[in-house]
Design a protein around this ligand. Structure first.
Ligand SMILES: [Zn+2]
Ligand SMILES: [Zn+2]
Length: 124
């Protein structure tokens, strides 16, 4: 994503349309984190109802997102999702889901909840 695309995306996130879309998706999720871990089958194991954020699983439908294009995640699991998207050149995630969650929880603690510090700590 170039600078202009990044700016447009941030502007989009401020728009009344997205704010409404976001609220509707939160309602669909029942205001609970939808993070699920893969153990042969997906099992929900997060019941967080606070600090919920709406994550785009891809950016191909911006402005016309279907429910399945969006995922409701608590702040920690949102960061875990993004950490898992850091991939090595072979195409595999460089960290396992458990490692990602440990990384995020550690970073959240040491950064006192400052999301920019957390992101910096994770990308080191
Ligand atoms: Zn996201
Ligand atoms: Zn969660």
């Amino acid at each position: 994503m170039g600078t202009n695309a990044g700016t447009r995306y941030r502007e989009y996130l401020q728009s009344p349309w997205w704010q409404r879309r976001r609220q509707l998706r939160l309602a669909v999720a029942g205001y609970v984190c939808e993070f699920a871990s893969w153990n042969g089958q997906y099992d929900r194991y997060c019941d967080a109802t606070e600090n919920l954020e709406v994550h785009h699983t891809h950016y191909g439908s911006l402005g016309a997102e279907r429910d399945e294009d969006l995922k409701v995640l608590c702040r920690v699991h949102h960061l875990v999702r993004h950490v898992l998207h850091i991939r090595c050149l072979c195409g595999d995630s460089v960290v396992t889901e458990d490692e990602a969650e440990d990384l995020v929880r550690e970073a959240v603690e040491s950064a006192d909840g400052d999301i920019r510090q957390v992101t910096l700590a994770i990308s080191r």
